[in-house]
Design a protein around this ligand. Structure first.
Ligand code: ADP
Ligand code: MG
Length: 271
């Protein structure tokens, strides 16, 4: 069963640019789809469209469908974490994570004990308890990223959309967050769609990848199918070697070109 299916999604910006141009993809329930591609390929725009935050052409179907057509109905089904979340500086970490419960509260409703427990659990899972009283404006980039993820977890969505969730994190916190997301996926059948800058991490955690190039799908499939030396050269203009880890997933290693300029030139297709 596909938890999310997109058919021919196209985003046309006000100025007429088309950063996402006919993208189709699907992710199975409990699956992890990694969206990769060079800077400007359209990854963030695609994720925002899937999250219903940008107008798009084409169709995005959730299964099961949200209970209704209101924003809060969608928010119970799907949570989105931006690449650089804008956080209100004077709100405390605890208050902010509790805001993740908003789609479950009635009008003027205050969060109850159950909501507080869920928010506390999200704080614990991301090892943020000691920061609970801190104002968001005082946090480091990595702490902000973890707080934004904690709020998304408190939302208890079925589908989690993460835009480069580890870009501000050190190696240890990167692993911690990716392992946590993977555990949620396995334990709670959470479905994950994430963009990831680090292709080796994408291959380690995502079970399928979609490679975007200039708004279109250049390749899709298992990490080992998508991450070939020739495709990385074509799409990223980068030289890599690909080895395989013990679980059979590809590991990319940058290789210095003999002629440093050549792989960067779009008109050169052999190196
Ligand atoms: N609001 C916007 N106005 C103009 N151009 C935009 C806007 N949002 C994105 N773009 C352009 O769309 C392209 C894709 O951007 P983005 O989705 O952020 O790429 P990625 O996340 O893959 O780096 C880029 O060329 C970017 O400059
Ligand atoms: Mg982006």
């Amino acid at each position: 069963m596909s938890a999310l299916r997109a058919v021919d999604v196209r985003v046309v910006l006000n100025g007429g640019a088309v950063p996402v141009d006919g993208v189709s993809l699907r992710v199975e329930t409990g699956g992890w789809l990694g969206v990769i591609g060079p800077n400007g390929a359209g990854k963030s725009t695609l994720l925002k469209a899937l999250a219903g935050l940008l107008p798009y052409q084409g169709t995005v179907t959730l299964d099961p469908a949200p209970d209704g057509r209101k924003r809060r109905d969608l928010a119970r089904a799907l949570a989105y974490v931006a690449q650089q979340p804008t956080l209100p500086p004077d709100v405390s970490v605890h208050e902010y994570v509790l805001l993740g419960r908003t789609p479950y509260l009635g009008y003027l409703g205050n969060p109850g004990r159950h909501d507080r427990e869920i928010a506390d659990e999200a704080l614990t899972r991301l090892e943020l308890e000691s920061l609970a009283r801190r104002r968001l404006g005082t946090l480091s980039g990595g702490e902000r990223q973890r707080v934004a993820l904690a709020r998304a977890l408190a939302q208890q969505p079925r589908i989690l959309l993460l835009d480069e969730p580890t870009s501000a994190l050190d190696l240890g916190h990167q692993q911690q967050v990716l392992e946590l997301v993977d555990r949620l996926r396995l334990d709670d059948r959470l479905t994950v769609i994430s963009t990831l800058h680090d292709l080796t991490a994408a291959a380690q955690y995502a079970d399928r990848l979609v490679l975007l190039d200039r708004g279109r799908v250049a390749a899709a499939g298992l990490p080992a199918e998508v991450l070939s030396v020739s495709r990385i050269r074509e799409v990223y203009r980068a030289l890599v070697s690909v080895t395989t880890d013990t679980s059979g997933r590809p590991v990319l290693n940058p290789v210095r070109p003999l002629d440093g300029l050549r792989p960067c030139r779009r008109d050169v297709d052999s190196v």
